[in-house]
Design a protein around this ligand. Structure first.
Ligand SMILES: [Zn+2]
Length: 195
């Protein structure tokens, strides 16, 4: 999880080390030499978790900022009782944010249902799709509505990608652990979102 945050959304110059081939396979804008995946051009790193591939998106495509109603993709970095902090790394139209923006999710915006515990909604390391409620950073976010919620999650036990096993329920295919989340209807469909 920690490592994914280091790899994803990083500004790179040609030749910069991105990750190892064991972590991600080299995709567009990268090349591999001696087991190390490096940037082929200047841009920002993105990953496709399904194919375990890393890409570098050129800078010319990226300078844009979110505003009210923008649907963003982010990584959960902090979860407290009443709020969570989400690093906003891009939007669903394919714009990426080189340095990331701070997004805040209050528990009242976490779900359409009443939520007692934010840990039943999201956890650190989850990749989420959310709607922006404010015009400048830190962005207030909402997960209300079927499209919004967790897009990808990793097992708290063994780190495998969790599979959807019921409404707002995930199950680990490797160790069998079951966890609750507020899932997006697009759970698991990460491919193409940030590319
Ligand atoms: Zn597991």
């Amino acid at each position: 999880m920690q490592r994914l945050q280091e790899i994803l959304g990083k500004k790179v110059m040609p030749g910069d080390e991105v990750c190892t081939v064991e972590e991600f396979l080299p995709g567009l804008g990268t090349f591999e030499k001696g087991g190390i995946v490096r940037a082929a051009w200047a841009g920002m790193t993105e990953v496709d978790m399904i194919t375990r591939t890393v890409f570098v998106k050129p800078f010319r495509d990226i300078f844009k900022i979110p505003s009210r109603e923008t649907v963003i993709v982010g990584i959960v970095t902090v979860v407290k009782d009443e709020f969570a902090i989400i690093k906003v790394v891009g939007d669903i139209k394919g714009h990426t944010y080189p340095t990331g923006f701070t997004g805040l999710l209050h528990i009242s915006q976490a779900s359409d249902r009443h939520v007692k515990d934010l840990y039943e909604v999201i956890r650190v390391g989850d990749i989420v799709k959310a709607k922006v409620l404010s015009d400048s950073p830190p962005y207030n976010l909402t997960l209300k509505g079927p499209k919004f919620g967790v897009l990808l999650s990793f097992c708290g036990n063994c780190g495998s990608i969790m599979k959807k096993s019921g409404p707002d329920t995930l199950k680990c295919p490797r160790c069998g652990r079951v966890e609750k989340r507020k899932l997006s209807i697009d759970y698991g469909r990460l491919k193409g979102l940030l590319l």
